[in-house]
Write a protein that binds this ligand. Structure first.
Ligand code: UDP
Length: 245
């Protein structure tokens, strides 16, 4: 395993803070190699335990951050703590703040029609000087997908944000990155919905207390079934904790 990686049920997480993840990403953006960044939560880890191909993809990430308090608790249980939760949303906001007023460009790919466009507009007004040079929603067929790749390769954004939901976005990044003229791809789940204002993020106090999942549960009760994966994930970590000592 690479240095500073914490193995949680087979998924290798980078032991980094949000600031360190931001610095790493900025370094990637100034490099010649193509890089994949994954923002993994307990749901993604559970999917990876059931699907070896997906586990392989996740572990090919150049940076995999713990985007869920459950992962941070899991790391504590196995006594290989992670410094903090790194919310994909926060990481992206930090990157925008750092690349605005530089020559770095971004492309938004994902979410329902209109949402990524609204998100781009909001982000460019929040981070004045930010260059979002292309946008496509996340609902497409094979023909359209070819056009999306073609457009990305014409525009050559440094940063490609992909919000197609997990595990689809991670697979898409893995399968497409070599064909794309970009530097960094990040899988960001539902972040475009939040950036656009369609979905509200939890109040700061919930985030600080590690209760953002609870806020999402009460405001989006349809996620209940998905959230049941969190206790299952923790039970799995407890069950396998001896394997990591
Ligand atoms: N999505 C998409 N194409 C699809 C299915 C989903 O672009 O075929 C988008 C969806 O509109 C949403 C995101 O993917 O913006 C998934 O959001 P979710 O909240 O499920 O992701 P999470 O942040 O929980 O990983």
């Amino acid at each position: 395993m690479k240095n500073n990686k914490i193995n949680i049920l087979g998924v290798h997480f980078d032991a980094v803070t949000t600031n360190e993840a931001t610095k790493k990403t900025l370094g990637f953006l100034n490099d010649d190699k193509k890089r994949m960044i994954f923002t993994a939560n307990p749901e993604i880890v559970m999917e990876a335990t059931k699907n070896r191909d997906f586990l392989h993809i996740i572990n090919k990430g150049d940076l995999t951050v713990a985007d869920g308090i459950g992962v941070v608790i899991g790391a504590k249980i196995i006594k290989h703590p992670l410094p903090e939760r790194v919310a994909g949303y926060d990481l992206v906001q930090n990157i925008f703040e750092n690349i605005k007023n530089t020559n770095k460009t971004a492309y938004f790919f994902g979410a329902s029609p209109g949402v990524a466009k609204k998100a781009a507009k909001k982000m460019m007004s929040l981070h004045k000087g930010l260059k979002i040079i292309g946008i496509h929603d996340g609902y497409f067929d094979q023909e359209e997908e070819k056009k999306i790749r073609f457009e990305i390769n014409q525009l050559k954004p440094d940063l490609l944000l992909i919000g197609l939901g997990a595990p689809r976005q991670e697979k898409w990044i893995f399968e497409n990155i070599e064909m794309l003229d970009v530097k960094v791809c990040i899988g960001i789940g539902g972040s475009f919905d939040v950036m656009s204002g369609e979905v509200k993020r939890a109040p700061k106090i919930f985030i600080k207390l590690g209760l953002e999942w609870f806020y999402r549960l009460i405001t989006q009760p349809t996620r209940f079934k998905r959230m049941m994966k969190l206790p299952i994930f923790l039970l799995e970590v407890v069950k396998h904790r001896k394997e990591y000592i």
